[in-house]
Design a protein around this ligand. Structure first.
Ligand SMILES: Cc1cc2nc3c(=O)[nH]c(=O)nc-3n(C[C@H](O)[C@H](O)[C@H](O)COP(=O)(O)O)c2cc1C
Length: 273
């Protein structure tokens, strides 16, 4: 099978496929699309050419129109829904004492996998710490790292946040993973320039997808720093060589609900005409 196939009976010669290709890998000759030389070596596999063809005329060797989900505009959200949904998202830091089914976590991660990635790499990976005892072990190791830093880094010795975290931990309060039942790390190839953005975007998608399963989450900034710095924790997490953790979400069923949406700063916007 050739890399790009056009059904000439279906093709309406509108040239949309060529206009849509982000790398200009499709050209038009006598109104018919054809791939440039070695197009398959450069193709991002984004599927735009297949999905933007109104007549299902174009297929790639790895993708036919029938393999793509049809667009259903009846499911589009209104601007009002989108604004309310995004404004009402909250960081959840108090969780029910109840595990989330693994298949729900998996479904939410599958949705998050539709986040954009640089050059459509789609190489973001996930480490789900499912066992709550292991989440607590990771929180404890993060506290060890914090105490080590206070002892060894003069500038950090009096850090008020570190002091608070350690004091609370000693009193049985986990400010690192917030006693969440599960912790989800996102990682990608450390050598790829877009890896950090890819992971952060995927985690944001996950954070936004989870409430539709009645699951809440909160970013774990402190635990992410420790996951990249504290040898014992790096060993515990054991992610493949050459990969780097860029972020984490603590996850579980929210214990409380919110009755109001707090205001946020006005954005600083510069328009240049
Ligand atoms: C990159 C990042 C790291 C964060 N790290 C933590 C954290 O370690 N612990 C925590 O309780 N909240 C953490 N948060 C949550 C923020 O504190 C929270 O988003 C902010 O207070 C606003 O609240 P909201 O998310 O409910 O709007 C983090 C958020 C981001 C985006």
């Amino acid at each position: 099978m050739s890399f790009l196939t056009v059904d000439l009976e279906k093709c309406n010669k509108d040239g949309i496929c060529a206009l849509k290709c982000p790398l200009g890998l499709i050209q038009i000759a006598e109104d018919v699309p054809f791939p440039v030389q070695d197009a398959e070596d450069f193709c991002l596999k984004c599927g735009h050419c297949v999905c933007a063809c109104p007549t299902e005329a174009l297929s790639l060797d790895f993708l036919t129109p029938g393999q793509c989900l049809p667009v259903d505009s009846s499911l589009n959200l209104t601007q009002e829904h989108v604004e309310y949904f995004l404004r009402s998202r909250r960081s959840i830091r108090t969780f029910e004492d109840k595990d989330v089914d693994k298949d729900k976590i998996e479904k939410a991660i599958r949705i998050a996998s539709f986040a954009p990635t640089g050059s459509n790499r789609q190489a973001v990976k996930w480490l789900v710490i499912y066992d709550r005892n292991k989440v607590q072990k990771i929180a404890s190791m993060t506290i060890d790292w914090t105490m080590h830093r206070m002892k060894t880094e003069p500038a950090f010795a009096d850090d008020p946040v570190a002091k608070l975290l350690i004091n609370d931990w000693k009193n049985g309060k986990d400010d690192i993973c917030r006693h969440a039942p599960h912790l989800i790390f996102c990682y990608d190839d450390e050598a790829i320039g877009s890896a950090s953005a890819n992971c952060h975007t995927a985690l944001s998608y996950l954070e936004l997808a989870l409430p539709s399963f009645n699951i809440g989450s909160c970013w774990g900034g402190w635990v992410t720093y420790a996951a990249n710095a504290w040898p014992a924790l790096i060993e515990e997490l054991d992610i493949p060589k050459g990969q780097q953790i860029f972020g984490a979400l603590m996850v579980g069923y929210p214990k409380f609900k919110y009755y109001r949406i707090p205001p946020r700063n006005e954005p600083e916007i510069i328009f240049r005409d």
